[in-house]
Design a protein around this ligand. Structure first.
Ligand SMILES: NC(=O)c1ccc[n+]([C@@H]2O[C@H](COP(=O)([O-])OP(=O)(O)OC[C@H]3O[C@@H](n4cnc5c(N)ncnc54)[C@H](OP(=O)(O)O)[C@@H]3O)[C@@H](O)[C@H]2O)c1
Length: 247
């Protein structure tokens, strides 16, 4: 799989998939690892996902998780638990910008990996840009798929200008975009085997993107998704075809 600034370009999200089911987490994570994925995204918001991801990883891979806390004390407790589950956190992200001005100072002192910030809603993208302009963040996580392209206006150009690494959440629109039949001839024209691969490749064909983190509870889909991380990347015409098919 191609590697960019965060490692192999297809990782794994963990929202609403294995939750606290450690044996399912192990099956999905092992399959993702075998397929070449190395970056695993989680959050205290995803109920039991951090704990089960930690036991499944057993020290392997790159951990990107989040602080989702109103107060500094609660944030510090989250970091302490994450160190128990994962051993270390490689990318710590402030989830949904919650109390980001409060968290950034202590995280700069106490976290020794990359620092990121995330939001899923376009109404918050102005504040996300404001956070990036402080130049305190190394990573931004944002939604990007053919139905959600607002990040093209400000955030992707800004991230490129500031050298901020980009993680794409919801590359399959939470599954909404995969529930359609696509003409096999169109897939051949795109050089992919499946429609989900076309969607992942659509995001990765934007060179400002470092990583997509599709989530799945089905081990076999991690292999299908990982194969989207191989070049060649789409031409502008192929990207336009994916947009047309997704419309
Ligand atoms: N959603 C958010 O607002 C949000 C916010 C912040 C961060 N994130 C992070 O970003 C990650 C990704 O976003 P997401 O989980 O919301 O959405 P997503 O990755 O766009 O879509 C996940 C859905 O796609 C399905 N899927 C995955 N691979 C598939 C394939 N090859 N074929 C068919 N269906 C497939 C999964 O179902 P199956 O399980 O049945 O395969 C799941 O329902 C999250 O897990 C989380 O780590 C998300």
């Amino acid at each position: 799989m191609e590697e960019r600034r965060l490692g192999p370009v297809v990782g794994l999200g963990t929202w609403n998939t294995f939750d606290g089911d450690a044996s399912l987490a192990r099956a999905v994570v092992d399959a993702a690892f075998d397929a070449g994925a190395r970056v695993f995204d989680s959050s205290p918001m995803y109920r039991g996902a951090e704990a089960s991801l930690g036991s499944a990883l057993a020290g392997r891979g790159t951990v990107a998780t989040k602080i989702w806390a109103r107060s500094v004390d609660e944030g510090r407790e989250q970091l302490a638990r994450q160190r128990e589950w994962f051993g270390r956190v490689d990318v710590e992200q402030i989830h949904n910008l919650v109390s980001w001005r409060q968290h950034v100072d202590w995280l700069k002192e106490e976290h020794d990996g990359l620092l990121g910030v995330t939001h899923y809603a376009s109404g918050a993208f102005g504040e996300l840009a404001e956070a990036l302009r402080t130049q305190l963040f190394d990573v931004v996580q944002l939604p990007y798929n053919p139905h959600e392209r607002e990040v093209e206006q400000e955030l992707l150009p800004l991230a490129a200008e500031l050298g901020v690494r980009v993680i794409v959440m919801r590359p399959l629109a939470e599954g909404a975009l995969v529930r359609r039949q696509v003409d096999p001839a169109a897939l051949r024209e795109l050089g992919v085997e499946t429609w989900p691969q076309a969607l992942l490749k659509w995001a990765l064909s934007d060179e400002r993107v470092d990583l997509v983190i599709p989530a799945t509870r089905r081990p076999e889909r991690t292999r299908e998704n990982a194969r989207a991380g191989e070049p060649p990347w789409f031409t502008p015409e192929q990207r336009a075809l994916v947009e047309e098919l997704a419309a």
